[in-house]
Design a protein around this ligand. Structure first.
Ligand code: MN
Length: 374
């Protein structure tokens, strides 16, 4: 059996105002061509199909299109939700996806609840991302066990689900991050030791880490990596793409990395202010999106000129720190109101009324976010 293992599409991703969905859609089209050309029997999607709980209709349409095309090709799919996905929504749409031949799981189930499915004679476990609070509640039901960790709960549910093929969306200890992931879900209590992976699995198809890599040899476990470079923090050279996995009747599985450069490259350039003019034409020619980090200070006028001259420049940051006159990156400790106040000052628009109104809107939004049912 030949599998195509993919993960971390992040349809609906908007990077500093630029919608990356069309680039991801192009990558998905190429994947479909590969499925047809390589005689793939099963497509495995290990979470983070979508970037946020609410994505554009275009992003949803691309996911739907993908599974309908797979159905036309006669290829089934297994899909789990990642931490970015609208998991309840995926769960609600699961019966519809099932009609297209895709088994979709939004929440974790034990084997006896349907956590293991059979496809083409292969048993496969589907373990979507789950928050520590919910997992510990589900798995460790005895009150005295509640102090146990996410890793322990994961070990138990993985043992329960042990199958030849296993899908998961979590961080293994010792993994090399791609830097675009939500850090909180990578480290500390959220990291699972590789020894929790059941030895009875022949292949563990992981998602969550955007850098493609093998993380275990027994059982064989890989992160497929994201389709495109999603964030400036992810290295331009970092491995990503998809994996073609051959699972023979018996004997070891063989994994063929498909390392494609889908989507536009993102580049960060660190420059001194005096270097800017000399490098403008080089920056203009860059085929992807740029972030420029300028050492020291930069006047708002120069910054404005850069943005106007370089349409694919998405961010200009300075390393001057907060006392550099306020035109740098926002220091993380700066609150939204202070940041806005500083921005108004920068623009010569120190109007009390504007700041007051901003403060008011912010409070309304916060209240709404806290309201039940939000
Ligand atoms: Mn992801």
């Amino acid at each position: 059996m030949r599998l195509l293992h993919t993960a971390d599409w992040h349809l609906g991703k908007v990077l500093k105002g630029v919608d990356r969905t069309p680039e991801i859609g192009e990558a998905l089209k190429t994947l479909l061509e590969m499925v047809a050309k390589e005689g793939v029997d099963l497509v495995v999607v290990s979470g983070d199909l979508f970037d946020r709980p609410q994505v554009s209709a275009e992003a949803e349409a691309m996911a739907v299109e993908f599974f309908l095309r797979l159905r036309e090709l006669g290829v089934p799919a297994l899909v789990i939700a990642g931490n970015h996905d609208p998991k309840e929504r995926l769960e609600a749409l699961a019966p519809l996806f099932a009609l297209a031949g895709a088994a979709v799981r939004g929440r974790p189930l034990f084997r006896e609840e349907g956590g293991v499915v059979e496809v083409g004679g292969l048993r496969a476990a589907l373990l979507p991302f789950v928050s520590e609070r919910i997992l510990v509640k589900k798995v460790l039901q005895e009150a005295e066990e509640r102090h146990r960790t996410y890793a322990e709960a994961m070990r138990r549910i993985l043992a329960n689900l042990e199958s030849p093929l296993m899908l998961g969306h979590f961080a293994l200890e010792g993994v090399r991050p791609g830097a675009g992931e939500f850090v909180f879900h990578l480290t500390g209590s959220y990291a699972v030791p590789p020894s929790t992976l059941p030895l009875g699995a022949r292949y563990v198809a992981l998602g969550h880490i955007h850098r493609q890599q093998q993380v275990s040899e027994a059982p064989v476990a890989w992160y497929a990596g994201s389709l495109i470079q999603l964030d400036f923090g992810e290295g331009e050279e970092a491995e990503r793409g998809a994996l073609l996995v051959e699972v023979p009747e018996r004997g070891p599985v063989r994994v063929h990395p498909i390392r494609e450069r889908w989507g536009k490259p993102l580049k960060t350039l660190r420059l001194k202010p005096e270097e800017l003019d000399g490098r403008l034409s080089e920056l203009e020619r860059f085929p992807g999106y740029l972030r420029v980090v300028v050492e020291g200070r930069l006047s708002p006028a120069v910054k404005e000129r850069l943005f106007q001259g370089l349409p694919h420049l998405l961010a200009v940051e300075t390393t001057g720190g907060p006392e550099d006159g306020g035109n740098g990156t926002l220091a993380p400790e700066l609150g939204l109101v202070e940041a806005y106040e500083r921005y108004l000052k920068e623009r010569g628009r120190e109007e009390e009324g504007l700041l007051e109104r901003f403060n008011q809107v912010l409070k309304e939004v916060e209240l709404e976010a806290l309201a039940p049912g939000a």
